[in-house]
Design a binder for this molecule. Sequence first.
Ligand code: ADP
Ligand code: ZN
Ligand code: ZN
Length: 752
Amino acid sequence: MTTCEYANIIIDISHEKVDRLFQYRIPERLKGLIDIGSPVEVPFGRGDTVRKGYVLELTDEANWDPSKIKEVISVPKDNLCAEEISIKLAAWMKKYYGSTMIAALKTVLPSTKKEARRVHKYVSLRMNLREATEYYHECVSKKQKARERIMAELLATPDDRIPYELITGKLHVTAATIKALADKGIIRVEEEEYFRKPVAGDSSRYGAKVLSQEQQEIVDSFTKDYDAGKRDTYLIHGITGSGKTEVYIALIDEIIKRGKQAIVLIPEIALTYQTLMRFYRHFGDRVSVMNSSLSAGEKFDQMERARTGDIDIIIGPRSALFTPFPNTGIIIIDEEHESTYKSETMPKYHAREAAIELSKLVPDGASVVLGSATPSLESYYRAQNGQYHLFELKRRLTGGTLPSVDIADLREELRTGNRSIFSRRLQELMEDRLSKGEQAMLFINRRGYAGFVSCRSCGHVFKCPHCDVSLSEHRGGRLVCHYCGYEEPMRKICPKCSSKYVSSFRAGTQQIEDEVKKFWPSAKVLRMDADTTRTKGSYDRILSAFAAKEADVLVGTQMIVKGHDFPDVTLVGILAADMSLYASDYRASERTFQLLTQAAGRAGRGLKPGNVVIQTYEPEHYSIQTASRQDYEAFYEEEIAYRDLLRYPPISHMMSVQILSADEDEGMQFANRLRAMMELSKKEGAVFIGPASASIGKINDVYRMAVYVKMDDYEGLVAYKDMLEKTIRGLEDAGQMKRISVQFDFDPVNGF
Ligand code: ADP
Ligand code: ZN
Ligand code: ZN
């Protein structure tokens, strides 16, 4: 509660108007009642009509003539409303991650673009099962893939309607195909008024499973806490297929029974049709989904449905956290270790931390449930410390055995004369699988490193003139920058030493595809990387084609290790496991371990046993060794010791002050000045590093550098950030920050 003289208020809380602030004086009698986020009644406009507004800032500085500033009338004591919660959350973000209040508010407030027409559309079968089955077989034999997919889905749940968006979205059936089927009388498309009450509320009629003992214990323990008024953060550590999703569904059931709502966060890339359908089957119309392919209007509608009680559950990526339910009871974060949960724009918040903060702000408090096969070091560390409650799911319910893993030492391969990108072991297993008609996945870490072109004589690397990254060779003899799109023709002669030995590092996804075709000409290959998934829907299309066994081999970047289940994949090859170990940040080992474990987990999901080959130049590295044994605890012990030694998060905290400047020297000088300022007011235990050029030193002709501060005390870092922000604001007002901008990143997750 404040002792400040003035409150800066927004009257109209909407995306477009958040930067219109109005100042009011806080009368003595209200001082104990006002806080950031508080709703207030104020006289507004010429006629001094009474309007409701929200406090965004508190200050002792008058913006103009103090005698002309009007007074706040009252602080209505409503229940905490959604707006107030959003403003409090934004204020927290601004403080703990650094940004303007406006940027923070824009992050937490849903967009307000309305959809003109408000109907739900559903698709259902219009013929009996026998006829539908016959038609399905007809589609299969005619190879009408889209029709086959929609029919298969409708046949799986003949009594249900499937939401139209799910068919056009995740199933990738075009509106034209749906119309054709409807015109033939095979399916029915229904429309329903938007806010009509959905079908009778007994949602648990679909497909609820009898939980295993391990699963039931989690649900019981959670509900016992919940009913005793205890709100906590829980971490479910369980390999893929151990039944986490089923537990989430059971937990949501319990929460809904208690009149509350649920937010489920899933990385966008794992928002597959199968996962969504499991929720839809169970909760019917009470669930909705948010994702980046929805239009602003559609997003707005989902938010309205949440606000008005039309739905109880929202599923979506990071931003779904800001769904304005009246009574959020549980926030679930699946695959909580994913780096996409950290925002890459200011405020650079982490959805896990923001969820925990939000859970304290909502009426009655909410509980947070994190799930992962490879928990982030943060979460596991906190679970070890008792800050989070740890649950383990140890058994895989899908059957199948863990794959057997070989580590191929690439140095040894080279020594013994194998110059191809496939180790001997991998070649052997590929032949075996192809001859048996089984499927294989070949996986390469990260595109950024692959396909770069250099001179083998002098070592010259072809780089983008605008960005500090190497260019990649693409088919058609072009060199392309993946950051800014710059292109130039591939050159045959080295511009530095004029030698003819210019070639690309043969490990990009495209090169692997070529190589597979060379080794096994009859194999059908699909490739998935940022290039082949540029258009909308192509990601799911490639995965569905592979799932439908339209190809023998799937080659790809880390995208292929997530989401879909492929029962016929019995071989996974990881072509260069250590690529991500070279990435220059302290999370490189963690990321490598997670990727390898996930990739290895793709083999042998069905009944046939699987093999994994990890090719590496560093076979003895602990992240490779532990991943090959799928031994999370052993990895954690090694990694946490390393973090402890170097005082990295989660043991300590780190703030990265990121400077972007059109002029390199000016940027460096400024970075040095910021560091000097912090050192002058040195706080106990603070360690400074840099300034140094960022791992990508230049993008689009803007130079990037960073100063790092490590400190055990997060609040100490916040104090440094506040100090720098104040200085920067002063310089901005003086017009001295035109060519430089500064960003903050706390406990960074994404490289800079
Ligand atoms: P995860 O989310 O950990 O990958 P899922 O919840 O998806 O695991 O479960 C894996 C598979 O096991 C799914 O096909 C699911 O339907 C099935 N499953 C989960 N729990 C049970 C259960 N109690 N009884 C039978 N099958 C289950
Ligand atoms: Zn050269
Ligand atoms: Zn570029």
